[in-house]
Design a protein around this ligand. Sequence first.
Ligand SMILES: O=C(O)[C@H](O)COP(=O)(O)O
Ligand SMILES: [Mn+2]
Ligand SMILES: [Mn+2]
Length: 557
Amino acid sequence: MATSSAWKLDDHPKLPKGKTIALIVLDGWGESAPDQYNCIHNAPTPAMDSLKHGAPDTWTLIKAHGTAVGLPTEDDMGNSEVGHNALGAGRIFAQGAKLCDKALASGKIFDGEGFKYVSESFEKSTLHLVGLLSDGGVHSRIDQLQLLIKGSAERGAKRIRVHILTDGRDVLDGSSVGFVETLEADLATLRENGVDAQIASGGGRMYVTLDRYENDWEVVKRGWDAQVLGEAPHKFKNAVEAVKTLRKEPGANDQYLPPFVIVDDSGKAVGPIVDGDAVVTFNFRADRMVMHAKALEYEDFDKFDRVRFPKIRYAGMLQYDGELKLPSRYLVSPPEIDRTSGEYLAHNGVRTFACSETVKFGHVTFFWNGNRSGYFNEKLEEYVEIPSDSGISFNVQPKMKALEIGEKARDAILSGKFDQVRVNIPNGDMVGHTGDIEATVVACEAADLAVKMIFDAIEQVKGIYVVTADHGNAEDMVKRDKSGKPALDKEGKLQILTSHTLKPVPIAIGGPGLSQGVRFRKDLETPGLANVAATVMNLHGFVAPDDYEPTLIEVVE
Ligand SMILES: O=C(O)[C@H](O)COP(=O)(O)O
Ligand SMILES: [Mn+2]
Ligand SMILES: [Mn+2]
């Protein structure tokens, strides 16, 4: 790869090149006051705890939510997509949620190519809307769906079918019923106004449709069967009844509801996707839409038997993979995350190893590189994916593949073949999302053991470590009232928090290779995840580009 002058980074005036840097992202690892719902505090985490002694010079907290990561408001919790984008790109980009809000508020969404394309089906065929039904704001938002439905009806959609995926992961478990009721009320109003609008199918997000990184195609297939073929093990006359009934099944919660279809009086599915129809997937976040998009768009497809491949007009809310140009039609242009730190470092000869297990593999590669799959320079980079367990909820295996990730990172560090060894350790997040407090404690302990393994390797090669997280999760597992006390529901029960949090995340630097006098600056007002890229570039011996968010470190004599 010839390095053009545009990519050439200046040498750092004080920091040397050639140190091996371990860059560890603990997924879902925020900082919160200790109490019984703080699983990180309650787990033995000696490696992470020891870092706090370095505060404030080598341990500090940074922002991982809201506007610091390009989300619409300070009430928006962070998430992996925006978190890893910020970590890797070193700048704050207005993210999907915000871009869609703007396009909907101005009405521009309806003037774009994508909407025009799907609206050509409105006259004779059905508009299907498929996506996650909640106000979580991580993958989608119900208010955006409502505006999309309203705008489509106003622009001629006569027959609308919504295929819902219930959440309980970015929002409280059990909240699905309320969201379905809200949507049903909207659709009833439309019906009064002559639009034939109904919910057509559904299922829990983790069991139906929203898999990611090809962990389990069966998940996508279940959605396909319900949405396209109109087939599912459960049939109901309406969706509120469906969700209420299925939640009573043993072990079912919003995230894992089995697939269902809505049928008419004669038992026929009310909304299979057929030739000529329009399909809009209303999630703005990419990772959990890519597999579904491939099934909807690719003529050649061998991941499961689609039985029928309808000729549809399909558009994503956003384009989900910029490299694959998938889907080819979309309603809102995605953030253009360019000139990421990974691309710069590849142009400047930095050899990079990145690793996680399947469920987070794309986080340290695809998201890190600005929603771009593949290598920048395959001679300098190696990305290793450790297969995740599939078909389980991770409280059953809370240790996940943390130690395997630690081992791969250790081996990569000791091999001397890499300058940057980057990992995502998923446990705090993936187990935190199950709401199982005991399992989350075990998860945090396993994550810490992996961290320790990487620290030991860094010690041996006299390298540097940077440890941080993408957003909070495991540090607070209960919904709280405004005063911070656990909030009780109407029946006086605690409400377990399965979602991320608004908490800051720790960042620590250290290791024998860290130059004398390197410490965190104290002059940055609200440092956040986007400040990490410049920091890491400095530790590799480079000055970050001018438009990057400022480095977190300074070198004092
Ligand atoms: O997709 C998920 O699992 C959650 O909605 C968000 O979790 P993540 O942002 O940590 O991936
Ligand atoms: Mn995450
Ligand atoms: Mn998460």
